[in-house]
Design a protein around this ligand. Sequence first.
Ligand SMILES: [Zn+2]
Length: 56
Amino acid sequence: MVDSTDEDSPACGSCGELVASSSDQRVVTSLEEGEAAYEYFCSDDCLEVWETTNTA
Ligand SMILES: [Zn+2]
């Protein structure tokens, strides 16, 4: 049985695509309740969308 939660294959925080399949991936570190959280994006465009929706 294979564990499907593969830490080496994060999904884009915006569109859900596997970031590993993109050559233009971005990683953003954010703080959530005092803990570092990593957000992965497949492209600048997706990062931009995420930043827009996460900025009041
Ligand atoms: Zn994406």
